[in-house]
Structure formats: structure tokens, C-alpha cells
Design a protein around this ligand. Structure first.
Ligand code: ZN
Length: 384
């Protein structure tokens, strides 16, 4: 096993800081990591192309092609950014690769820029660019952890036509063929303040919100009844009331109240369907005061990934990993990359439970297994 190359490259990747943050002071460009990947892939015969992502600040996607410029082949995709971290909670420096007998540690080691070390090592160990009959594309996207702008932009401007797509987010090597999306909203209610000694002289925003909460609790129940999907552990689209704020004193009529909530679309409960249902029920709950309500999206909605388990890619990945394909409740860039209209699967080393946590770790025993999966998929899609 080519441990020296893998470990060395993983170390360089972890040391290249690519934190994405809504806070501009903490947000970093991913360009230094793209420079590194270009250099490593270039040495293997890769042709590299950058794509400026208009919605992202100072960030780009990188598309690498190994092998001929033809339709077909395989796309291996990962995001280049990481979440911010609290170094004081870590036992080692998050930006220096560390290891013990069982694991490697570092920010992004599984979520997920470490993926590029797996991919380039898998390729380098088994193949040369001249061996390939169909292209192997490697996509490194910008800004997954905040807006998913990189993958969305790539999918909308796709210039390649692979036969299959693998996204290397950490799944403990389980092939994931389906996942939920994500939407978040703020519901604001404007009442009218006044002295509490005469409640009817004003309009209590908390009172209006209580009607909205009842309507939304009913909606959550309806989603459970009407959109059941047994491939998920939580087998329906969800609605969660996340926070509520309103009023300032016991002796004043509450003039402003707001509710923040999220929904996880799945299957036929698309973001469009849920958006419509949400607005309809909020209006119903507010009754005669519906003109005092404002509903706004907190982020652009992430659609669900509605893949299927019975295509060649998922079946082959199941055989190679020896693990049964499943559906999960978190979201990935598969929501966008599946728009290429070909089978997609999410499968990567490391446990999602260790992503976005201190001491993020990659179990060493999954490394050779994952390498074999990647090598076999490359053979399947690019050498035949
Ligand atoms: Zn990720």
C-alpha cells in the first residue's frame, strides 16, 4: 500500500486552511487547496479547469480530467471547504495531521477534503492516465458548508457527461442512494402594542403566533401521514419549530413575535410542495390577521436527493463495500449533482457523527477498503 504518498498528501491538504463561514472575517478562499490539487493531479496527467462560482466569495470549483476527452466515464466529487472549529476543544492542532494506532485526526480529514487524498492515491497506485478509455473526472467544489453554491453552479453549467457520480462524504463506506433536503424559515407577526390593563386596545402578536403554531403542528402530523417513505429511519418529511421570540414586559401588549423553523423535504414532498403548504397553513393559523404575517426563507432551499437503489452504480458499490445501501437524514451535494441525470451515490470513509466535531477522525482500517472501492469503480467506468 502506498502509505507514504497518501499520508503526505493528506497532511498537506489538512494544513491548507479552507474554512467556510457566514462571518466574512472567518471565511477563507479555497484557492490554495485548488493550487495543491492541480499540482498533484497535473503530475498524474490530469487536465485541470477552474470555474469561478459567482455566488461564492473568492471561491472556485476545480474540475480535473484524467484520460480522454470523451462522454461517459466516472465523476468523483467532493467539497474543498470545512466548517470552522474550536481549536481549544481539540486534543491536537486541527490543521496538522495527527495519528494514533486507529485513526488519523484533522479538520476535514473525513468531511471531506481528505477525500482527494483517497482518490489521487487510488488512481496513482493502480492506473496511468493513458490506460483510461473513458474519462475519470474529479470535481472539487466551493462553499458546501454554507450555501452549496459550488455544486449548484456546477450542475447548472455542466460541461461533462459522465455515466455515474460518486460523492465522497463520510458514510462509513455505506452506499447512500437517497437523502432529505433542507429548508429554513422565519415567520414574523406584527401586532399592536398598548397597556396590558386593556388587552383589547392592542393586538397581541403572541396570540396570533399561537394560532400559527397549532396550524403548523397539524401540518407536521399531515406530513407524517401523507408522505411516508420507509427507506428513511425518520420515515417522513419533518417540520421542527426551532425558536420563538416576542414581547418585552408583562405589562405591555406584545407587538412583535417571530418563529424560526426548519423542514426536511423528501421524495414527493419537494421544496416547492412544502413551501406552498407552509405558507397556506401559516395564513390559516393567522386567520383574519394574515396580512400581518411575513414568511421569509433563511437560506435557499436544498432539494432532496431522490436516487434509487436499483441502478448499476449503487448495486456495484454495495458489492464492493459489502454494505447494504441506505437512505439518510442529512443532505449532501448529491441534491445538485444528481441533476446531471445519471446514477449517483454517496459513499466515503469515516463516520458522519464525527464530522463538524472536535477530533474529527478517519479510521485507518477503512483506508485500504475505500481505496479498493474507488479503484474498482474506476476500472468499471473508465477502463472498459
Ligand atoms: Zn461535507
Amino acid at each position: 500500500m502506498d502509505k507514504g504518498y497518501f499520508e503526505n498528501l493528506l497532511g498537506k491538504i489538512i494544513a491548507t486552511v479552507t474554512v467556510s463561514s457566514e462571518d466574512p472575517a472567518a471565511d477563507r478562499s479555497n484557492s490554495p487547496l485548488l493550487d495543491l490539487l492541480e499540482q498533484e493531479a497535473g503530475a498524474l496527467g490530469g487536465i485541470c479547469r477552474r470555474q469561478k462560482v459567482t455566488a461564492a466569495r473568492n471561491k472556485e470549483n476545480l474540475l480535473i480530467r484524467l484520460g480522454p476527452d470523451l462522454p461517459g466515464g466516472l465523476l468523483l466529487s467532493g467539497h474543498t471547504d470545512t466548517v470552522p472549529c474550536d481549536p481549544e476543544l481539540w486534543h491536537t492542532d486541527p490543521f496538522t495531521l495527527a495519528e494514533d494506532q486507529m485513526n488519523y485526526y484533522g479538520l476535514g480529514v473525513i468531511d471531506m477534503k481528505g477525500f482527494f487524498a483517497h482518490v489521487l492515491t487510488a488512481f496513482r497506485e493502480a492506473y496511468q492516465a493513458g490506460d483510461l478509455k473513458k474519462p475519470l473526472h474529479i470535481l472539487a467544489t466551493a462553499d458546501e458548508e454554507t450555501t452549496m453554491a459550488g455544486a449548484a453552479f456546477f450542475a447548472d453549467h455542466a460541461s461533462i457527461a459522465p455515466e455515474a457520480v460518486l460523492i465522497g462524504e463520510p458514510t462509513s463506506l455505506v452506499p447512500v442512494f437517497r437523502h432529505k433536503g433542507y429548508m429554513a424559515y422565519r415567520v414574523e407577526v406584527e401586532g399592536k402594542t398598548g397597556h396590558s390593563s386593556d388587552p383589547e386596545a392592542g393586538l397581541n402578536a403572541i396570540g396570533i403566533v399561537s394560532g400559527i403554531i397549532t396550524a403548523l403542528t397539524d401540518l407536521a402530523e399531515d406530513l407524517k401521514k401523507n408522505f411516508r417513505d420507509s427507506s428513511f429511519r425518520v420515515d417522513h418529511p419533518t417540520l421542527n419549530l426551532g425558536s420563538i421570540r416576542g414581547g418585552d414586559a408583562p405589562n405591555r401588549i406584545c407587538a412583535h413575535c417571530e418563529l424560526v423553523l426548519d423542514m426536511r423535504p423528501a421524495g414527493e414532498a419537494t421544496p416547492e410542495v412544502l413551501d406552498h403548504l407552509l405558507r397556506e397553513r401559516v395564513a390559516l393559523g393567522a386567520g383574519e390577521h394574515r396580512d400581518r404575517i411575513r414568511v421569509t426563507e433563511l437560506y435557499p432551499p436544498i432539494p432532496p436527493f431522490n436516487g434509487s437503489a436499483d441502478n448499476d452504480l449503487v448495486i456495484r458499490t454495495e458489492e464492493l463495500s459489502g454494505r447494504k445501501a441506505s437512505a439518510v437524514n442529512y443532505s449532501t451535494e448529491a441534491s445538485y449533482l444528481s441533476r446531471l441525470g445519471v446514477p449517483a451515490v454517496v459513499c466515503g470513509a469515516g463516520d458522519i457523527a464525527h464530522a463538524h466535531q472536535a477530533d474529527e477522525k478517519l479510521p485507518k482500517k477503512e483506508i485500504p477498503e475505500y481505496r479498493r472501492i474507488l479503484q474498482d469503480l474506476i476500472r468499471e467506468y473508465c477502463l472498459r
